[in-house]
Design a protein around this ligand. Structure first.
Ligand code: PEP
Ligand code: MN
Length: 663
């Protein structure tokens, strides 16, 4: 049963309730949620809920109707986020685990780790004890395999996942392994589940070959009841009559599980389809269906693989798949998880930025004013629930403190004065175009630089105070851009007045404070929660392909990036034929892709323009070292051109940074 406690319960009352439950042979778990604290109590013998309900401090008792208790959504309303050495699975992330089917030798596992880390995997997989259908097939390297996997994981900053097939192996595995995998064939090996659960470590529980969702959750219950809180469910395909694929990937399990359980759900498309070319489409489909992550087989030489070669991706296929996931993730409100502690020398072109920015006090953040501990502070313009605040939460996985300021200049000032380490500035919207004010701010403030970027999908909702209905609305408040972006929806209500406000979050705040059922705001769904407004209609933007790209700024020199894959530069050119052509030719010469070119008038010099250029590496350029060198060489040449012949003038590098852009 679930016991919801009074909000201001006294500690001694809480203790008394706990003792009462434990005396009745129930196991008690305390779960502190955002809104309420609950006790989850499970055990073999039932007690009358009314006996619990009358105890002081108890608000209500909810019996759990499902046969699985601790795994059920009734037991815990908030989604579980599993943390493995700083890597998180669950929440708004997509976390990708990759590696070969089996550890085969030192070179193979090190090469695999290097390649998957470079493309953005956050954990390394590899079997050392392989449950093979044939006793004559390769059975794995056993203990030596575990040690090699650990070494490769450590070398590339990746926690390791490996399958345990027998509790006899616990003594040799326990000190090495970060996440134990229970394979499909062992899903109902209850003795193994009990022993592995008792280790208290995270476990990936694969779905059995012919297990129902309920049987699978009962297996998860064994793990939870034995002592671990960190169970990750993994859909890997089930046995059906279909022979074209190795198994049939049941993606509908994701939304079904989402309503039944709080546990994170990942998908293994490799074992599901069994054929390499079919893996990336199903991986993308899994992300689209709401998976919290993927576990994918990648081998440096699939033809030479000792097991599951046919379904193992080539490293470059994996890299492409990761890029596609980067693009898809924001569409479904997620961001791709990154490694928190990359090791120097092996950083991928894209994976290290969030990590650097996420660790306050780390080498990259030793500014005089923020060398202390505590969460990263990032300033933004707008109130609670603004899209920039959502971008901050998305980028730092909900672990940064968002500092609200009145406008873009104040956000930049907060960075300059040290009250925030970072600033989040919108720079471009996919429908409305550039945010010119911030281009100008970047030119004006020479003490800040761009250190990263993040793109989020903008989804607007019509929010109103409780009790309002579409029929009661007479006026709608929002930022002019948001009103314009919802034009089609608004045209269905020609009688409504449209009133412009400085921000979407400001509109939500105002509508909430007035409480007038005839007034509504267009703002984010997050604003509904913050201001306790009701969503009269979600997704009212005319074009759902509505994205905003934000740049993350910091004081110059406080965040260094060793292997950038992006550079933003501002310059002007001499007023003579071909000067812009010559300037841009430098990027082409160094094999860089010009992804954005914007011009702004130079104040006081009519008809002269400043150009903003963003360059990136073309798709598929491998080594991060080479990439960084290319960018540095191009920028150096640009500065030289500026000094030598004045064709290019006033070159300023706005930032060189390493990020995985989503557009
Ligand atoms: C594996 O992940 O290598 C494996 C054997 O998977 P499954 O248990 O899903 O077949
Ligand atoms: Mn395999």
């Amino acid at each position: 049963m679930v016991i919801v406690l009074d909000k201001n319960i006294r500690e001694d009352d809480k203790q008394r309730i706990r003792s009462f439950l434990e005396k009745n042979s129930l196991r008690v778990n305390e779960i502190a949620g955002e809104e309420e604290t609950i006790f989850g109590a499970v055990g073999k013998v039932g007690i009358d809920p009314r006996e619990v309900e009358i105890l002081p401090g108890v608000q209500r008792v909810i019996p759990i109707s499902k046969p699985y208790k601790m795994a059920s959504r009734e037991f815990k309303r908030d989604n579980t986020v599993v943390t493995v050495s700083g890597v998180k699975i669950g929440g708004n992330r997509v976390s990708v685990i990759a590696g070969p089917c089996a550890v085969e030798n030192r070179d193979q596992i090190f090469e695999s780790a290097a390649r998957v880390a470079e493309s953005g995997a956050v954990m390394l997989r590899g079997g050392a004890y392989k449950p093979r259908t044939s006793p004559y097939a390769f059975q794995g390297m056993a203990e030596e395999g575990i040690r090699l996997l650990r070494e490769a994981g450590d070398e590339y900053g990746l926690p390791i996942v490996t399958e345990i097939v027998s509790s006899d192996h616990i003594p040799v595995m326990r000190d090495y392994v970060d996440v134990f995998q229970i394979g499909a064939r062992n899903m109902q090996n209850f003795e193994l589940l009990k022993k592995v659960g008792a280790l208290g470590k995270p476990v990936i529980l694969k779905r059995g070959l012919s297990a129902t969702i309920e049987e699978w959750l009962m297996a998860a219950e064994y793990l939870l009841a034995s002592g671990t809180e960190d169970v990750i469910l993994c859909e890997r395909g089930i046995r059906t009559y279909e022979k074209a694929t190795r198994n049939t990937l049941d993606l509908s399990a994701i939304p079904v599980l989402r309503s039944l359980t709080h546990l994170p759900i990942i998908v293994d498309p490799s074992h599901a389809v069994g054929v390499r070319d079919k893996v990336p489409p199903m991986a993308l489909a899994a992300v689209a269906a709401g998976a919290d992550g993927l576990i994918v087989e990648v081998h440096p030489c699939p033809e030479c693989a000792m097991s599951d070669g046919a379904q193992s991706l080539y490293p470059n296929q994996f890299e492409k798949m990761m890029r596609d996931i980067e693009v898809l993730a924001p569409v479904v409100g997620r961001s791709v998880s990154r490694r928190p502690h990359p090791k120097g020398g092996h950083e991928s072109a894209g994976a290290d930025l969030a990590a650097k920015l996420a660790s306050p006090g780390s080498a990259s953040l030793k500014g005089p004013r923020d060398a202390g501990k505590g969460p990263v502070v990032c300033a933004y313009s707008g109130g609670r629930g603004a899209y920039a605040e959502i971008a901050i939460q998305r980028f730092w996985d909900g672990e940064a403190t968002a500092l609200s300021t009145a406008n873009f200049r104040d956000a930049i000032d907060a960075v300059l004065s040290g009250s925030a380490a970072f600033g989040m500035l919108p720079i471009e919207n996919s429908l409305a175009g550039s945010v010119y004010e911030n281009y100008d701010n970047l030119t004006r403030c020479e003490d800040i630089e761009i250190v990263g970027e993040v793109t989020i999908r903008i989804e607007h909702s019509l929010l109103a105070p409780a009790g309002s209905r579409l029929e009661t609305i007479e006026s709608v408040y929002s930022h002019p851009q948001a009103l314009a972006q919802c034009e089609e929806f608004l045209s269905q209500y020609p009688g409504w007045r449209h009133i412009e406000t400085a921000s979407t979050s400001g509109a939500a705040q105002m509508v909430a404070s007035e409480g007038d059922p005839s007034r509504a705001a267009i703002a984010s769904e997050e604003a509904a929660g913050i201001y306790r407004l009701e969503t009269l209609k979600a997704g009212i933007e005319t074009n759902p392909r509505n994205y905003t790209r934000f740049v993350i700024v910091a004081r110059c020199g406080e965040v260094s990036c060793e292997s950038p894959n992006h550079a933003s530069v501002v310059f002007s050119t001499a007023n003579q034929p071909g000067s812009l052509h010559d300037a841009l030719g430098i990027f082409m010469k160094h094999g860089l892709n010009l992804t954005k070119l914007e011009s702004r008038p130079i104040q006081g010099e009519p008809w002269r323009y400043r150009f903003y250029a963003t360059v990136t590496l073309p798709e598929g350029v491998g080594s991060s070292v080479v990439s960084g060198e290319r960018i540095k060489a191009a920028l150096a040449e640009m500065e030289k051109m500026s000094q030598d012949n004045g064709i290019v003038q006033g070159v300023r590098i706005l930032g060189t940074y390493s990020t995985k852009s989503t557009n």
